[in-house]
Write a protein that binds this ligand. Structure first.
Ligand SMILES: [Fe+2]
Length: 434
């Protein structure tokens, strides 16, 4: 009973903090910013606000068979891809709808916050119901990060964050390749808090001996590939990747522009020269893979990544985070609540080191792995149409980024995107066979 009420109080606290964080991210936007969609892969901020609230209705409908949705119009517009709830509004036309209005979406947002807070405070919730509400909170965290990608695309340095902290000064660090011995590794989530269905069940995988970089690939390293003609030679590229390079005229990571012989970017920090010591960001799987080929290396599999991040060889145990089981704080990793609004330079997080000596595995940039996204052996769906309908044509990324809320990340977390997507905060580190 004590555990149930402890879980419930964590649930309420996380719910209130998450709803408040969503509002804080959009607090400084102008009303016009809420409505537009300037690329098919983005969504209007209004839509994110409404959608995360609609998903709370979805959870309430799963736990109460008499539940009635607020409005048919809202359910159609705010449904992303859940066909069990009807035909969703076209994803790439979300910015063409002036109804529901921004004010109406805010009203709806507050209504759902109050409704769910009332349930969490006043009702007895069984384990399954609690897990569904934890999932809704984690879903909202995912949309906070997607909203930040969209704000980067829409506004970049014209976005005014409510909170901004200064970057930590990095200690001098030389990137090296860390040897990790193979054998059986039990991958998957081993804790007792919420995790997604795709992080389970824990299962054994066999790994050969391998080496993995102690840091993510930096802009300096990636620039060498660019300047060496990386984007003009097909031999580094997968066939579909090469088509992308040519059809979309890719010459460098997204947002990079060469001005007067100098590579520049425009992001939340402003119009500025590419910082050579930051991890490379905004690269697709195709670009990460091409770099590895050029460098004579390869991407790690997700099992190799997870072992390098979480396995303590000395103690023969797996931890939830690279530094142990302690919940992330701003000295461990650059996650959303650091409010740095950018990647930190490599060497900025000595306290986040993994047992093997790999740095910045959590935070800064999501890291592409070579693994196709699918269910683990024995996978059981936790929520129909959430994760499992995407088990094709996507690659797994690990570790979270500077836009990831800290309650939603852990070493076993599996993100996934299509191979050509690069508006997310995505980078990589290299691995090698030995
Ligand atoms: Fe969603």
């Amino acid at each position: 009973m004590a555990t149930v009420s402890r879980q419930k109080s964590i649930l309420l606290k996380q719910f209130n903090e998450t709803r408040a964080r969503t509002l804080s991210l959009v607090q400084t936007l102008e009303k016009d910013d809420f409505v537009v969609q300037t690329a098919p892969f983005t969504s209007p901020p209004k839509w994110h606000l409404g959608h995360v609230s609609w998903l709370l209705e979805v959870v309430m409908s799963k736990t109460n068979s008499d539940y009635e949705f607020y409005s048919q119009e809202f359910s159609e517009y705010l449904n992303s891809y859940y066909r069990q709830f009807g035909e969703p509004h076209d994803k790439d036309k979300r910015g063409l709808a002036t109804r529901p209005t921004v004010d109406h979406v805010f009203e709806y947002f507050h209504m759902m916050t109050n409704r769910v807070a009332g349930i969490l405070q006043n009702e007895m919730l069984d384990e399954k119901t609690q897990q569904l509400f934890f999932m809704a909170i984690n879903h909202e965290c995912q949309h906070q990060e997607l909203l930040i990608y969209d704000l980067q695309y829409l506004l970049a340095d014209r976005y005014r964050p409510l909170t901004r902290t200064t970057l930590l000064t990095p200690s001098q660090q030389e990137s090296k390749s860390i040897k990790i011995s193979g054998g059986l590794y039990m991958m998957g989530y081993s804790g007792d808090q919420f995790c997604y269905d795709i992080e389970l069940p824990e299962h054994n995988v066999h790994l050969d001996n391998y080496k993995i970089d102690s840091y993510p690939i930096t802009n300096k390293q990636y620039m060498e590939f660019v300047e060496d003609g990386g984007y003009t030679d097909f031999k580094y590229w997968l066939s579909d990747g090469w088509d992308k390079v040519r059809n979309e005229n890719w010459k460098a990571p997204m947002y990079w522009k060469k001005i007067d012989g100098q590579w520049m970017t425009c992001d939340f920090l402003g119009n500025r020269k590419i910082n050579p010591n930051e991890p490379v960001c905004h690269v697709s799987y195709y670009e990460a893979d091409a770099y590895c080929k050029w460098a004579g290396k390869r991407l790690p599999s997700e099992a190799e990544w997870e072992k390098a991040a979480c396995w303590d060889e000395k103690k023969q145990l797996k931890t939830i985070f690279p530094w142990g089981n302690e919940f992330p704080n701003p000295l461990h990793a650059n996650l959303l609540e650091s409010y740095v609004w950018n990647c930190s330079e490599i060497g900025a997080y000595p306290n986040g080191k993994s047992h093997y000596g790999c740095y910045q595995m959590i935070g800064d940039v999501w890291e592409w792995t070579s693994t196709e996204f699918s269910g683990y052996p024995g996978f059981k769906t936790g929520f129909s149409e959430y994760n499992d309908k995407w088990f094709a044509n996507q690659k797994v990324l690990r570790g979270g980024s500077f836009g990831t809320p800290s309650i939603s990340i852990r070493g076993s977390y599996r993100n996934f995107f299509r191979l050509d997507e690069r508006w997310l905060f995505s980078g990589f580190r290299c691995a090698e066979y030995i």
